[in-house]
Each structure stands twice: as C-alpha cells, then as structure tokens.
Ligand binder design. Structure first.
Ligand code: SF4
Length: 269
C-alpha cells in the first residue's frame, strides 16, 4: 500500500480525496468495481487456472528445448529427449499435486503436510493462478478470491490451537466504521489483540516484532494474495477477504460471522 495522492483519469472520473489507494490498486481508474466489489468465486477458478498455468509453463519449456535442440544435441547426445521427458514428468507431478490439493479441499482433510500444501507449495502457485486467469480476461480479484478460499480450507483442516495472547488479528485501514466496530468487538470478546496495519509492509513488521503463533488477517483479494505469499510460510494465517462496495481502499465490509469463526478455530472455542 502506498500511493497517497488522489488521481484522476483521462475520463475525469473523480476519486475522493480521503481515499488513499494501496499500490495493488495503482491502475484503478475510478470506475465502479465488478459486482459491487464482491468477488466471491468458486474454488474451481484456482484449480482451472493453475492447471492451465502448469500446462502453459511446460509448453513454453518444451518449445525452448525444441528451438535449441540442435545445439543441445551437439552438446550432449540425447539431451533434448531427456529434457522432454523431464518436462513431461514435472507436469504430471504438478497435476497430481493439484489433484491432491483438490481432494483435501473437498474432503476437508489434511491430505498433504503443510509444507506441500498451504504453507509451502500452494503459496508458490497463487501468482501463477491469477496471471493465467488474466490471460483469459479474468481479473485477478476473482481468481484471488478462489485462491484464498482454497488456502483457508486447507488451513482450517489443520489442528492448531493457541492462546489469546498468541493470536493476532490484522486489519487494514479501509474498513467501514461498522466493520471496524465489529472486529474490535470480536477481539475484545476473545481477549485477542487487533492491529490496524496501514500498509502491507507494516503488517509484516508487526508479525515480525510480535511473533504471534497464529494470525487472522483481513484484506482485499489483491493484498491478501501477496500477504499470504510473503507471510504464511512463516506463521499460520487464516485470511478473510472483504467486499468493496465503494471501490478499493475505502468503506470495506467483511463477514463478521466468518471472522468470529476463524478466531474461535484458533482458540479452540
Ligand atoms: S486492503 Fe484495503 S487499503 Fe489495502 S489495498 Fe486492499 S482495499 Fe486498499
């Protein structure tokens, strides 16, 4: 997050002066967001685009080997064939892994260890999913929502319990008054600290300094995907995305029932 100045587009769309856009929204032109800023999407979006991303990546590698084949063959006889087999094997492994993640999501069971799932390999595929989606004209918010939903389902399947002191609630500066009051009420009821992180960097610093054993984080899909990518490998996180009825970085609303559920999950209540 970080652009402080209000901006206008060539269409002279007015952006309110008290709205500071996070850098994830740099390209926003002031027009209303799709579906009133509610990006709820089925988890299939993550699986579809990740699978296609794997196939495209393998295709690009195979094409590179094909173009360089004469030189590679001159270097080591049979090298291109070996590389084709390796690319095919990696693609098969990737698709098998994705199948296991889908099984875990649909069964609600922890099928794979954390490092092979939501706190490791999965985090490395989050950007691939939305980038592939964009190739097909799907905005990153929709794919991001599906990816965070997959991540949360995997994280919820783990047994993990912490004390209120060990849990941290991280919220962004863009929540509506009602949402903020709701979050503070939940935090108070469960005796958990809540921090308003005005920038993504600050959120990461708070985690580094407070060293919580678990975090419930709130953010828009864009910020959540990059936050999970940076932080979830180090500390367990449950991520709650928001609805942005008035555009990004202002008046965001959240599902308070879901937030309470996440806090209870970590506290074992
Ligand atoms: S979390 Fe809120 S303030 Fe941060 S980038 Fe997203 S919409 Fe903007």
């Amino acid at each position: 997050m970080g652009i402080d100045a209000p901006r206008q587009t060539g269409q002279l769309i007015k952006i309110e002066t008290d709205r500071r856009l996070g850098h994830e929204w740099d390209e926003w032109d002031g027009t209303p967001l799709d579906n009133g800023g509610d990006f709820r999407a089925p988890v299939g979006l993550y699986f579809g685009f990740t699978a296609v991303g794997f196939v495209l990546a393998a295709g690009v590698c195979a094409l590179a080997v094909y173009l360089l084949a004469p030189r590679l063959e001159a270097l080591i006889g049979g090298l291109p064939t070996g590389l084709y087999y390796s690319i095919g094997a990696l693609l098969a492994l990737g698709l098998m892994w994705l199948g296991l993640i889908a099984l875990a999501v649909h069964s609600g069971r922890a099928v794979l260890p954390e490092r092979l799932a939501e706190r490791g390999l999965l985090l490395r595929t989050l950007h691939l999913a939305w980038r592939t989606g964009q190739l097909f004209g799907v905005k990153r918010d929709w794919t991001g929502h599906a990816s965070v939903a997959v991540y949360d389902r995997l994280a919820l399947a783990r047994r993990r319990q912490v004390t209120p002191d060990e849990l941290l609630i991280l919220i962004p500066r863009c929540l509506s008054r009602e949402a903020l009051d709701g979050v503070l009420d939940i935090a108070k009821r469960h005796g958990v600290s809540a921090f308003v992180a005005t920038r993504g960097q600050l959120a990461r610093r708070v985690i580094k300094e407070r060293r919580p054993r678990a975090v419930v984080a709130v953010a828009c899909e864009r910020d959540m995907v990059s936050g999970l990518h940076d932080v979830a490998g180090r500390v367990p996180v449950l991520g709650l995305t928001m609805t942005l009825p008035n555009g990004p970085c202002k008046d965001a609303s959240i599902d308070l029932g879901r937030m309470d559920e996440f806090v209870r999950k970590y506290l074992g209540r």
